[in-house]
Design a protein around this ligand. Structure first.
Ligand code: PEP
Length: 249
C-alpha cells in the first residue's frame, strides 16, 4: 500500500523564533494519523526543528542539497551533513530551484543518486509551465522530466522516491489544477512508471500534488484515486491550515 503524505515546504520563511513557534503550534494540532507528515524548514533551523519534533511522528526534510560528498562548494549542504542531524528526507527539483538556480534534470539525477547513496528519501518535484499546458504539451514535459532525472534508477531504488507533481502555473499563484486535472496527470505519471518498470512498482509510488493546496480544496484533491497527498507551500506556514490539510484524507 502506498503512503499518504503531506509535506510542508517553508521555503525561505521563518527565522529561528518563528520556526519554534510554528512547530509548537503544529504539535498542538497534530494527532496521530496514518498520513506521513513532513516539514521542510530552512537549513538554519533544521537542527532545532528536528530536536523539537523528537518523539513526534512529524518528519523533517531539507529543501535542497548538493550532489558532492564534501568540498569547495561555498554555501552548499551535503547529504551527510543532513543525515548527521537526523534529516533523512530531501526535496529535490522544486520549480523555484529549477527556475532561479538553473537546476537541470541532469544535475537533479546526480543529486538523486547521492541522496539514495545516503539512504535518504527523495521528494522529487516536477511539472509543466503554463505555456506547456496551453500548447497541450504537459504530458510530454512531465514524462521527460521524470525520465531524464529518474529512469536510470533500478526498480529497487523506487521505495525511496516520492513524486510531487507541481504545475508551475499553480505554485504560489492561487491557481489550482482542478481535481480532475490533477487526477489525469497523476494517472499519466503512474502509467509512465508502469511502462518503464511495472504496474506493481507504479502502484507503490506515492504521487503528491502541489500548487496552491489549501484547507478549502485539499479534501477534493486528495479524494482522487491517484493523488496520494500534497506538497504544500504557503499554507504550510500556518499551523491550523496545515493541520487541516493533513486531516483532509
Ligand atoms: C510549492 O512551492 O511547492 C507549493 C506548492 O507552493 P504553494 O502551495 O504556495 O502554491
Amino acid at each position: 500500500m502506498r503512503k499518504q503524505i503531506v509535506a510542508g515546504n517553508w521555503k525561505m520563511n521563518n527565522d529561528y523564533v518563528d520556526s519554534e513557534l510554528l512547530i509548537s503550534k503544529l504539535l498542538e494540532h497534530h494527532h496521530h494519523s496514518t498520513t506521513d507528515v513532513i516539514v521542510a524548514p530552512p537549513f538554519t533551523n533544521i537542527l532545532a526543528v528536528t530536536n523539537s519534533l523528537k518523539g513526534s511522528s512529524i518528519a523533517v526534510a531539507a529543501q535542497n542539497m548538493h550532489y558532492a560528498e564534501s568540498g569547495a562548494f561555498t554555501g552548499e549542504v551535503s547529504a551527510s551533513m543532513l543525515t548527521s542531524v537526523g534529516v533523512h528526507t530531501v526535496i529535490l527539483g522544486h520549480s523555484e530551484r529549477r527556475a532561479y538556480f538553473n537546476e537541470t534534470d541532469a544535475l537533479l539525477a546526480k543529486k538523486v543518486d547521492t541522496a539514495l547513496a545516503h539512504d535518504m528519501r527523495v521528494i522529487f518535484c516536477f511539472g509543466e509551465e503554463l505555456a506547456d499546458r496551453k500548447a497541450g504539451n504537459e504530458n510530454e514535459v512531465v514524462a521527460s522530466q521524470i525520465k531524464n532525472a529518474l529512469f536510470h534508477l533500478p526498480a529497487s531504488a523506487w521505495s525511496q522516491i516520492v513524486l510531487a507533481y507541481e504545475p508551475v502555473w499553480a505554485i504560489g499563484t492561487g491557481e489550482t489544477a482542478t481535481p480532475d486535472q490533477a487526477q489525469d496527470m497523476h494517472a499519466f505519471i503512474r502509467k509512465t512508471l508502469a511502462d518503464q518498470y511495472s504496474s506493481a512498482l507504479a502502484d507503490e509510488v506515492s504521487i503528491l500534488y502541489g500548487g496552491s493546496v489549501k484547507s478549502a480544496n485539499a479534501k477534493e484533491i486528495f479524494s482522487k484515486p491517484d493523488v496520494d497527498g500534497g506538497l504544500i507551500g504557503g499554507a504550510a506556514l500556518d499551523a491550523e491550515h496545515f493541520s487541516a490539510i493533513v486531516n483532509s484524507f
